[in-house]
Design a protein around this ligand. Sequence first.
Ligand SMILES: [Zn+2]
Ligand SMILES: [Zn+2]
Length: 89
Amino acid sequence: MADTWKCVDCRRTIVGRRTEHCAACHQDFRSTGAGDDHRVGRFDVSDGPDRRRCRSPREIEGRGWVRDEHGRWYRPMPADVLAARRGSA
Ligand SMILES: [Zn+2]
Ligand SMILES: [Zn+2]
């Protein structure tokens, strides 16, 4: 059974759980961790400068993130970091 869900706001169909679609700003991310990282502010604040919100595409880009061929954001990792991760995993 395909693991899909549909975003009610932008009507996109999201396939799989490994990719993350933000139900607030409707950007796609390669992983849940990447999705979490585009959210800033404090969990318990809904207003003001510390409010919980999504980074804009410009802000995400400013952090050095790029989009893959499917338009999903991810943080490119230096080859040596990748190698180190593979070794410790
Ligand atoms: Zn978002
Ligand atoms: Zn959406």
